[in-house]
Design a protein around this ligand. Structure first.
Ligand SMILES: [Zn+2]
Length: 467
């Protein structure tokens, strides 16, 4: 009985854990590495196991750093089911297809260069068919519903409140000699966040696998966060406002909040452009899954019909409509992906706005090291866009409180709901965040805190019995 930490160990992307029990093998998440120079190489590298030997996958949520390598797993021989929430399956259909499109585009670009050098073309990591084939393997599980997925392996998902359909995974293992219960936090939501419920407390575990993205930080209170965003809108009298935003989660939170504060934030005087086909599709998925809304969102839905709509919202579906936004000098709020400015339509908008002193860039999400978004947050005076150096004159605002991740207090509070302070392994955090959280946990209730290295294995039979 063993757990292998294969991804997101001392970093924030590429989530992947392998659980082996009585000869059965279950993967929890299979995500893409995102950011960093060697990202493409690492994603294309062989899996550290034989894909055909994996009996089942349990997927916490649809973000690509958790789901994005699943099509490759299938392409390389995996033939089992993928257990996940129905909303995650729906979001994966959108996001994995989009990822396949980006990979095809990148391969085309690389291959044009390779051809000029007389090198053989490279195949994209996977294509649209691989992406859709994975979605067909998804078996929906409702929150709170337990299922025996293999002999000696039972799974139950609980609401993690991070994005639509995001789950905490409870995994009961029995190899005939010993029983162990693992609880994977997945990405844990931020208490009080709009639309979704707060992360579900889980009372019992023999080992908790806890994310630590914000293990060294505390978010601002929600009221202060909304106030900060309202002030940016108030201050910005001329020019445009760019909001690089994740298509799934953050964008819906922004639309929902803009709809609720339409009058008091003076949104009548702006045109708000949602310039992301992916976000448009994801918003449609949010509209279909009212069962995961919190009570405020249910009320908003009953009262307004569509909690994500307001009169000045415009959707730009086509590339032409997106390019037409380049001509607007003032009065536009443009919400576009990608969330860390590593690709997508936001780069185009940065090119046309970031050098103008009357423009604003509002950062509303986590920015990984090495990304263009992080450079903006860190106060870069120049950025590189398609090989061109562009001056940063726009004001860059970081609204930290809007994170979809629990902060240090949120992580500690969720952990404290476990009885008896079970051992905890920290994942999904940069080294500083992880070490700080580890220190806090060691001072407090945790009996043992691990910060595993990539590839590290843990013998689950050696964990203390927690009756
Ligand atoms: Zn996530």
């Amino acid at each position: 009985m063993q757990l292998e930490f294969l991804g997101a160990a001392r970093e924030v992307t590429g989530s992947c854990c392998l659980v082996t029990v009585g000869g059965r093998r279950v993967l929890v998440d299979c995500g893409l590495v995102q950011g960093g120079r060697d990202e493409a190489e690492r994603n294309a590298a062989p899996f550290p196991f034989t894909p055909a030997s994996i009996d089942a996958v349990v997927l916490t949520h649809a973000h690509l750093d958790h789901s994005g390598r699943l099509p490759l797993l299938l392409k390389r021989g995996f033939r089992g089911p993928v257990y996940t929430h129905a909303a995650t399956a729906e979001l994966c259909a959108i996001m994995l297809e989009d990822a396949a499109g980006i990979l095809a585009h990148e391969a085309e670009w690389t291959n044009r260069k390779r051809e000029r050098k007389g090198l053989a073309p490279l195949e994209p990591l996977y294509d649209r068919d691989d992406a859709l084939a994975v979605v067909e393997r998804m078996r929906p599980l409702a929150f709170g519903e337990a299922l025996d997925i293999l002999p000696g392996v039972r799974v139950r998902l609980q609401d993690a409140g991070h994005i639509l359909g995001s789950a905490i995974v409870e995994l009961w293992l029995d190899d005939g000699r010993r029983r162990r219960k693992l609880v994977f936090s997945g990405d844990l939501g931020h208490v009080g966040a709009p639309i979704l419920r707060d992360p579900t407390p889980v009372p019992r575990a023999d080992l908790v696998i806890l994310e630590s993205t914000y293990g060294d930080r505390c978010h601002r209170a929600w009221d202060a966060t909304w106030q900060e965003l309202a002030e940016v809108l108030e201050e910005a009298r001329t020019g445009n406002i760019l909001i690089p935003s994740f298509a799934v989660g953050r964008t819906q939170e922004l639309l929902y909040t803009f709809a609720r504060h339409y009058r008091d934030w003076g949104l009548e005087r702006w045109h708000v452009f949602l310039d992301s086909p992916l976000a448009v599709k994801a918003t449609a998925a949010y509209r279909r899954h009212l069962e995961v809304y919190d009570s405020d969102a249910r009320r908003a839905q009953r009262v307004a019909g569509d909690p994500f709509h307001f009169p000045t919202l415009r959707i730009t579906e086509t590339v032409e409509a997106s390019i037409a936004l380049n001509r607007i000098r003032s009065g536009a709020i443009i919400i576009a992906g990608s969330g860390m400015c590593t690709g997508g339509r936001i780069k185009q908008h940065l090119k046309h706005n970031v050098w103008r002193a009357d423009c604003h860039v509002v950062i509303v999400g986590f920015q990984a090291r090495g990304t263009l978004g992080r450079a903006l947050v860190d106060g870069a005076r120049f950025i590189r866009l398609w090989g061109e150096t562009v001056r940063v004159a726009a004001q860059v605002h970081t609204i930290g409180g809007l994170s979809a991740h629990a902060d240090q207090a949120g992580l500690l509070d969720w952990y404290r709901r476990f009885e008896g302070g079970p051992p905890v392994a920290l994942l999904h955090g940069e080294a500083d965040a992880m070490d700080t959280l580890a220190e806090r946990l060691r001072q407090g209730p945790a009996s043992r805190v691990l910060t595993p290295l990539p590839g590290e294995r843990l013998d689950l039979a050696a964990l203390p019995d927690n009756p």
